[in-house]
Ligand binder design. Structure first.
Ligand code: TXA
Ligand code: MG
Length: 325
């Protein structure tokens, strides 16, 4: 099992020393847990890809303390980037720009662009401060699996890695990955991944933002439809359709249902997980619920589709669609 350490000043110091030594550290951010290594150390970056089983061409997000540090990774750092950093950093917004000279190409999956974000989680910030440099970190899950929102999730995915340090600071408060916006082309802004910071909120700062181009060449592999998937076949459906399906569950199947309304019920051996009705609470619960559903070893996961489309719901729906693609 990995080394789960409560996120105390002592363990953060151990983690920072491990990063300096070229090792990897799993750490909490406000969105999900990340699997970090030094951005400037190609050997550490190679370890991240190896451990996750991540395709080499899927680029990583570099984590920094502030816009000044971001400017050393993205060049040119334009006024839109500065405005977005001032509006949303530290926080769940990732900015893609042209990679500065001197940043190893390994850290960007071979691309000439780099994704950068400044996390708000106090433990992530303490780690960055003590380490003193940028930390590249994808979500700390095995490639293709659901992102981890607790240290125990990280432990589950990397059970055989006894030397991996995991800083444990409880559940990640946001629960879904950061919004990713591509500003690498002048006069264009493209949303690559929706997140807790909405497209509308970004547009208020920098003007029109193009919708994601799923499956296109320019979008990252993370924007392909099925990426955040549980292992059990999962289906998304509206409330009425769900009730209808549940009235005739095939006898050889065991279902686990992520429900929103009280009238969605199922007797044993089936199970219902009641999901929160508030978007923020739903997002914070989603990945742990998907992992629970997976571990329940049902034959099928059914998810009640939320009706709401305001606030964070479109980003939640995006993850639900990926999980059920
Ligand atoms: O909330 C988050 O962003 C978490 C925490 C740990 O910060 N990290 C995360 O990383 O979700 P990851 O690797 O699981 O997702 C990064 C996403 C991927 O979809 C990747 O393709 C995209 O960002 N990305 C990274 N660099 C890119 C680049 N240069 N151009 C386009 N997309 C990029
Ligand atoms: Mg990921």
């Amino acid at each position: 099992m990995p080394r789960l350490l409560p996120a105390t000043p002592e363990s953060i110091a151990i983690a920072a020393a491990a990063l300096r030594d070229g090792q990897l550290v799993a750490f909490p951010t406000e969105t999900v847990y990340g699997l970090g290594g030094s951005t400037l150390d190609p050997a550490a970056i190679a370890r991240i890809y190896g451990l996750k089983g991540r395709p080499r061409d899927n680029p990583l997000i570099a984590h920094v303390l502030d816009a000044d540090a971001a400017r050393r990774l993205i060049q040119p750092w334009d006024s839109r980037m500065q405005q977005l950093a001032e509006a949303f950093w530290p926080g769940a917004l990732t900015i893609v720009g042209t990679k500065a000279e001197g940043v190893p190409i390994e850290a960007t999956g071979g691309r000439t662009t780099i994704a950068v974000r400044s996390p708000s989680h106090p433990i992530a910030r303490a780690l960055l401060e003590l380490f003193g440099g940028p930390v590249s970190a994808p979500s700390a899950n095995r490639s293709g699996h659901v992102s981890p929102t607790t240290a125990a999730h990280v432990e589950d995915d990397f059970a055989s890695h006894t030397d991996l340090i995991v800083l444990d600071a409880g559940a990640a408060p946001v629960g879904i990955e950061s919004t990713v916006i591509d500003l690498s082309v002048r006069d264009r802004a493209v949303l690559l991944r929706p997140g807790s910071i909405s497209r509308e909120a970004i547009e208020e700062v920098i003007g029109p933002v193009e919708a994601p181009h799923f499956e296109s060449q320019q979008a990252g592999p993370g924007t392909t439809r099925s990426h955040y998937a549980p292992r059990t076949p999962a289906e998304l459906m509206a409330h009425d359709a769900l009730l209808k399906r549940m009235s005739r569950i095939p006898t050889e199947e065991t279902w686990i249902v992520l429900a929103l309304r009280e009238d969605v019920q199922a007797a044993r051996p089936h199970r219902v997980i009641m999901m929160p009705n508030r978007a923020e609470a739903y997002a914070a619960r989603l990945y742990s619920a998907l992992r629970e559903a997976d571990n329940f070893r049902a034959t099928r996961i059914l998810i009640e589709e939320p009706d709401a489309r305001d606030g964070m719901w479109p980003s939640i729906l995006d993850r639900l669609q990926r999980a059920t693609a």
